[in-house]
Design a protein around this ligand. Sequence first.
Ligand code: AMP
Ligand code: MG
Length: 328
Amino acid sequence: MNRAHVFLGAVASILAAGDAAAAWHEDEAAIMGTGMRLELWLEDEAAARAAIESVWQEMHRIDRLMSTYKEDSEISAVNRHAAARPVEVSRELLDLVGESLELSRLTGGAFDITYASVGYLYDYREGHRPSDQEIAAALPAVDYRHVRLDADASTVSFTAPGVRIDLGGIAKGYAVERAAGLLRGQGVEHAIVTAGGDSRIVGDRRGKPWIVGIRDPRASGRMIARLPLVDEAISTSGDYERFFEADGVRYHHIIAPASGRSARQVRSATVIGPDATRTDGLSTSVFVLGAERGLELIDALPDVEAVIVDSQGRLHYSRGLERPREAT
Ligand code: AMP
Ligand code: MG
């Protein structure tokens, strides 16, 4: 897809908010361990409130299903028992795990939900990281091929001990994609739903594109680019989201499955495409792959584009993107 148009007209569209501001509705929430934001156009006030409420309900529902922090979530049951026996799960969880495994095959294992077999040993809030010995002991469990799905029985099982899975690299994109579907079902034609680094855009901003900024990974509040988008999804994975520093090294939440340590080649990876589940999974993947292999992957896929900030702060764009002017 040629996406050269994507960077055009960024300034003009900022004027979009002028028309009948009363019909624009905005709300924020903290769900799935992240900040969420929703903005939509609906003339009927009560319908707008109902639409917003339905989105937050949906986010809570997905969180109850997929959070590894909740003891009673389906995924926690899988992590407790799937090494011993197949664990029956909802079709929804089965499908998202299936999509994650497909992404693992596509990325040569850069995206791997079993990263959690070592990932759980990190505590970013406490500034705790595993020792070399602990990583070495946990690493054999990191391999998506340990995860077996039985579609007929709707079960997940693990073929090795010590395996854990975590959908943190794809669930927020899935959630905003679901939210967009819910909104469309309620007649919403103009909206943006954001969960952390993942945004799903419904339609345009009433005659103008929506503007989504890409953060400068080392200067909060500063943008390195602003992208005008219509009816698309955009996901950014960054090493500034959850991290701590020790001895001058940044330990952050995106783990290279091969080493069990934070991926080091880039500071942020942004992926734009038609589906937020996919852009979320791909942004995490590209982050792990690095600029060169990441862009190779993105350029081989017909419907997605990427912007990468590498470990030196240099920008890299996929083929369909034109270099934007520096954002101010
Ligand atoms: P994102 O911001 O979408 O890149 O998601 C980051 C989250 O993805 C982390 O907090 C982990 O929960 C999860 N994650 C970390 N490393 C990987 C990996 N190599 N493959 C899949 N998920 C990962
Ligand atoms: Mg992701």
